[in-house]
Design a protein around this ligand. Structure first.
Ligand SMILES: *[C@@H]1O[C@H](CO)[C@@H](O)[C@H](O)[C@H]1NC(C)=O
Ligand SMILES: *[C@@H]1O[C@H](CO)[C@@H](O)[C@H](O)[C@H]1NC(C)=O
Length: 258
């Protein structure tokens, strides 16, 4: 029985030791859990901190973008105002120019009625450029003197032909326009027996001539010269009574920048 009691005692001690060990083990596991919690909490707060910083940076970025775009749009607005102001000034002087110099309307006719766009050229609208001259082929008919007046009211004279090039051009143009029509040229026989003269008084003989037949010098009628576009441009001037009614070709100098 003694041994039994002893062994029972020993068992009790053993039990107590084991309990202590268990308790000790429990406290050490408690400790390691605590350490892990602390570490997690540490990471977590670090994460939070990073998130806050990122959010702050984002907000800063947004604020900056808004500020920059605002300042850009203010800049653009002021530029637009400036440009509009200058456009208005230009528009004013443009309209002033055209109202004070109506002749500009002839040289810069409106080419697009919708936009009011104009295209400028060296000849008034309806006139055709050839070399240094502009030529106009009329639709209406008149005697030679009236033809000269009508060309003068347009700032020109009945056309003179100084070169073969001009003759060819006028002949071609007359041929393309005419339906069997002849056109007055600035050719006229002078009253004082001085022979054929151009509308500006210069003698015709000085330059090239393109008569169909050399005019009869003894003819005493009041004669002028017409262009009739036939087959040969070198032989297309005819003498004709000045009182006859014909279409006409007017000429004037082309506009220059000088
Ligand atoms: C120029 O002025 C005219 C007349 O006031 C106006 O009709 C036109 O729209 C203006 N053009 C521009 C580009 O401002
Ligand atoms: C005039 O200008 C408008 C706008 O640019 C265009 O649509 C139209 O075709 C033009 N008209 C002519 C006759 O050029």
């Amino acid at each position: 029985m003694q041994a039994g009691a002893l062994s029972g005692e020993t068992m009790g001690v053993n039990n107590g030791l084991a309990l202590l060990e268990e308790q000790q083990q429990e406290t050490s596991t408690d400790k390691s859990w605590l350490g892990q919690y602390r570490q997690l909490a540490h990471y977590f707060s670090l994460l939070c901190f990073l998130l806050i910083i990122i959010t702050l940076l984002q907000t800063l970025c947004l604020v900056q973008i808004t500020l920059v775009s605002q300042s850009q749009s203010t800049l653009q607005e002021s530029k637009l105002r400036d440009a509009t102001h200058r456009l208005e000034k230009l528009n004013q002087s443009y309209r002033l120019l055209f109202s004070q110099y109506p002749a500009l309307n002839q040289y810069c006719p409106v080419s697009n009625a919708t936009t009011g766009e104009r295209v400028c050229g060296p000849c008034p609208a309806g006139w055709t450029l050839q070399g240094e001259k502009c030529f106009l082929f009329s639709q209406d008919r008149a005697d030679w003197i009236s033809s000269q007046y009508r060309c003068m009211t347009l700032g020109g004279a009945v056309a003179t032909v100084r070169t073969e090039e001009e003759q060819l051009f006028l002949w071609n143009k007359a041929k393309s326009l005419s339906q069997g029509d002849s056109y007055w040229l600035g050719l006229r026989i002078s009253g004082d027996g001085g022979g054929w003269q151009w509308s500006d008084g210069s003698p015709v003989e000085k330059g090239p001539g393109f008569w169909e037949r050399e005019p009869d010098k003894t003819d005493s009628r009041e004669l002028c010269g017409r262009l009739t576009p036939g087959d040969n441009y070198r032989k297309s001037w005819y003498t004709y009574r000045c009182s006859n009614l014909l279409k006409r070709i007017c000429e004037r100098r082309r506009a220059t920048l000088q």
